[in-house]
Design a protein around this ligand. Structure first.
Ligand SMILES: N[C@@H](CCC[C@H](N)C(=O)O)C(=O)O
Length: 279
């Protein structure tokens, strides 16, 4: 049976969105998600996102499969895409536009809100810093600027969870990082029992960072929203940046703020690419 989908992207981090509002069971299996995400034999995407019915008073539930079929807890660019997808569906069905959604995720309730200029600001909740919450077996209650041996070299890493795990390293030149070679070694390093997303950050100014990312379950992507949030937190913890900064990724820029209330706010775009159906 053919299943309808719409593809969206947030700064080139691209997702296949599926209207799953009629059932709590995702319409695709992880193996189907792998096939659909394939850039040569499938539709091509970094992941598949299912818009499911809400739970415990939320408007909707988001579930996501990475392009390798694994299921992450959260996705920052993905949740902006899901908000745009829901707004497009609801506006077509009812003519009404909902400005804000409360969405249940495996990382808790996340709230995207449309700005008057069309951008979407997401209340991403509070970062988690305890080593046990990342999770990582690196020593210390929190992992801030700690050495980690990867590919025969010692890297100073800071670990932050935005519901999903991130390992951040500050470097002089992000362009010089051999991401394809070292990304998988970080992702599968034994100190990360649930694998990790890995971000390399170059501080251009205290309010402007450049980032490249190797994503758990997806490899090199053009942007990672949770990664940008985690990197700003790491920058503040290491006294390298302000609490609000622009993060430049290969696919574009995100505005990230670690507000006085302890929560992280991420602002950026989400855009529809095309719709179709596939069996
Ligand atoms: N691209 C996403 C993160 C998607 C999940 C990640 N690959 C993981 O496994 O944690 C983002 O924009 O946050």
């Amino acid at each position: 049976m053919a299943i309808e989908f719409t593809k969206y992207h947030g700064l080139g981090n691209d997702f296949i969105l599926i209207d799953n509002r009629a059932s709590t069971e995702p319409k695709l299996t992880p193996d189907q998600a792998i096939a659909w995400c394939d850039r040569h034999f499938g539709i091509g995407a970094d992941g598949v996102i299912f818009a499911l019915p809400g739970q415990d008073g939320t408007d909707y539930t988001m579930r996501i499969f990475n392009s390798d079929g694994s299921e992450p807890e959260m996705c920052g660019n993905g949740i902006r895409c899901m908000a745009r997808f829901l707004a497009d569906l609801e506006t077509a069905e009812t003519g009404k536009f909902q400005e804000k959604y409360r969405i249940q995720t495996l990382a808790g309730i996340i709230t995207p809100k449309f700005e008057s200029n069309g951008q979407i600001t997401v209340d991403m909740g509070e970062p988690r810093l305890l080593a046990s919450e990342i999770p990582t077996t690196l020593t210390g209650e929190k992992v801030i600027d700690q050495p980690l041996e990867v590919a025969g070299k010692s890297w100073n890493v800071t670990c932050v969870s935005m519901g999903n795990p991130h390992c951040i390293t500050f470097v002089d030149d992000v362009a010089a990082i051999e991401l394809e070679k070292i990304g998988p070694l970080f992702e599968h390093h034994p100190v990360f029992p649930q694998r990790t997303n890995t971000e390399f950050i170059e501080v251009v100014r205290s309010d402007y960072l450049k980032m490249r990312v190797w994503e758990r379950g997806a490899g090199i992507t053009l942007a990672c929203g949770t990664g940008a949030c985690a990197s700003l937190v790491a920058g503040v913890l290491n006294e390298k940046c302000d609490r609000r900064a622009t993060i430049e990724l290969p696919g574009g820029c995100l505005d990230i703020e670690w507000a006085a209330d302890g929560r992280i706010y991420m602002t950026g775009d989400a855009e529809k690419v095309f719709s179709g159906s596939r069996s």
